[in-house]
Design a protein. Structure first.
Length: 236
């Protein structure tokens, strides 16, 4: 069933531009199209498209409680520019309290298991809550961001969250993203100018060096595992 819907969407939108696809999806799934932003460059491109689309697509963010001040700054600027609500999902307070009481505030540096536990509490659980009841989840994934994103399609079925994913910037290059942001005067995270490309929580993100992989600055102390579970969400 889900596979046939994905195929149908791929066929029906094949000739559409991004703005036409947004309008189409909003019409096909009224009130059930949702976009997750973490205010990174790709997400800001999509926010700009959604704001201009004049649709009822919901925009939301996960406030993990550990974000950079610069991320809150671009969040604030985005609200002011587009005058459009952004829903905020925070982790369950009791889960965070228990985690910190039992393991301290920086347990994510101690082991991969601890890091995944923190991501699960602060990101995966709130994401599940945000996506519940929706039909289409728009993401800012790009194929060149990591090896395991190379085989993604424009539309995918995400079995973990039981939702159709739409990845409109899948084939965009970083240069195309940067050009769009500049040409359209879209608010950007000030950290990008300091060598940060993929920006997540403050204690788990660093700037990257020239020539390093785009996601090398995420959980840099781990040798593998450059995902937080949002796009492969299972408590491992
Ligand atoms: Fe916790 Fe770091 Fe994951 Fe943020 S990125 S939820 S601080 S482990």
């Amino acid at each position: 069933m889900s596979a046939s819907i994905v195929q149908e969407l791929l066929e029906k939108t094949a000739a559409f531009s991004l703005d036409e696809t947004l309008v189409f999806l909003a019409g096909e799934f009224p009130g059930k199209v949702i976009f997750s932003t973490s205010f990174g460059q790709e997400d800001q491109v999509i926010t700009d498209f959604i704001a201009k689309s004049n649709t009822d697509i919901t925009v939301f963010t996960l406030d993990t409680g550990r974000l950079f001040q610069e991320t809150y700054d671009v969040f604030h600027k985005t609200l002011k520019k587009y005058k459009r609500p952004i829903e905020v999902y925070f982790p369950e307070a009791t889960s965070v309290e228990k985690l910190l009481q039992e393991k301290g505030p920086n347990s994510f540096y101690d082991s991969v298991e601890n890091r995944k536990e923190c991501c699960f509490i602060r990101k995966v659980v709130p994401l599940r809550k945000a996506l519940a009841g929706n039909s289409v989840w728009i993401t800012g994934l790009r194929a060149e961001q990591s090896e395991n994103r190379q085989d993604l399609n424009l539309f995918e079925y995400d079995g973990n969250f039981e939702i159709i994913k739409f990845n409109p910037l899948l084939k965009w290059t970083l240069e195309e993203v940067e050009t769009y942001l500049s040409d359209n005067n879209v608010p950007q995270n000030a950290l990008h100018k300091q060598g940060f490309v993929s920006i997540g929580c403050a204690p788990c993100t660093r700037a990257i060096f020239p020539g390093e992989d785009i996601r090398a600055g995420r959980w840099w102390w781990e040798s593998s595992h450059k995902e937080c579970g949002l796009h492969s969400a299972k408590k491992e």
